[in-house]
Design a protein around this ligand. Structure first.
Ligand SMILES: O=C(O)CCC(=O)C(=O)O
Ligand SMILES: [Fe+2]
Length: 228
């Protein structure tokens, strides 16, 4: 069950107000976090990528249907955009009625009265929906710099519930914040059972996951929204 203590809520509010981002550790009960870790490890993901100038979601089978030459050309195109700071490549699973029960129950918690009134109070805006997706970044994957503003969805804060275990500091995969000119500022390494919340206007990226990363970067992410 996802519920913040008054103290956690106050710290979150203060950090969000002063810096635009905040992290709370041990957000879920250990057993729930363990089960979610297991669930995300076994989940089916589509590959989210930026190809031919557009965002796409493709199935493993779509990639496997390509010849090695076609796969190579696809990767070169993806990297061509990434080299100019555009694009992403990672596994994504949108939480819906087909998702495992555990994920659906987390989704319900994130959309509960308690959580929404907490974030409405912190943001001083009426939060009416919390979206959720599971994400998996494996070696060689990344999400280049961007902000998360989508006016049609009324996104206020982004959240990242980190469920990777024993992430090595040299594996990359940082949630990295930047100034407008690209100067890196604060970053968060994946940390099991921690929740990062940040203002959608903050420029951020997920840095490249090293080729030698031994386990995937697993998270549940989404946005607190004023528009359902
Ligand atoms: O996974 C993260 O740390 C951030 C993800 C993100 O920036 C996004 O999905 O827009
Ligand atoms: Fe983002």
């Amino acid at each position: 069950m996802l519920q913040l203590s008054t103290q956690q809520q106050q710290r979150l509010q203060q950090d969000l107000c002063e810096k635009g981002f905040a992290r709370i550790e041990n957000i879920l009960e250990q057993t729930e976090a363990q089960q979610l870790h297991q669930c995300l490890s076994e989940l089916n993901y589509q590959l989210a990528l930026f190809h031919n100038g557009a965002a796409k979601s493709v199935k493993d089978s779509d990639i496997l249907a390509l010849t090695p030459q076609e796969q190579q050309a696809l990767l070169e195109d993806i990297h061509h955009y990434a080299s100019r700071g555009v694009g992403f490549m990672y596994g994504r699973h949108s939480v819906d009625a087909q998702s495992p029960e555990l994920l659906q129950s987390l989704y319900k918690d994130l959309n509960s009265e308690v959580v929404q009134s907490c974030f409405s109070h912190i943001s001083e805006q009426q939060i009416v929906r919390t979206s959720a997706q599971a994400t998996r970044f494996i070696a060689g994957q990344y999400l280049t710099r961007h902000n998360d503003v989508v006016e049609a969805e009324g996104r206020v804060y982004a959240y990242v519930l980190s469920l990777s275990k024993n992430w090595h500091p040299d594996w990359g995969g940082l949630l990295q914040f930047f100034e407008a000119d690209g100067t890196p500022t604060h970053s968060y390494a994946p940390k099991f059972n921690s929740l990062v919340v940040f203002d959608v206007n903050k420029i951020h990226s997920v840095t490249y996951v090293a080729p030698f990363a031994k386990s995937p970067r697993l998270s549940v992410t989404g946005w607190f929204r004023t528009i359902a």
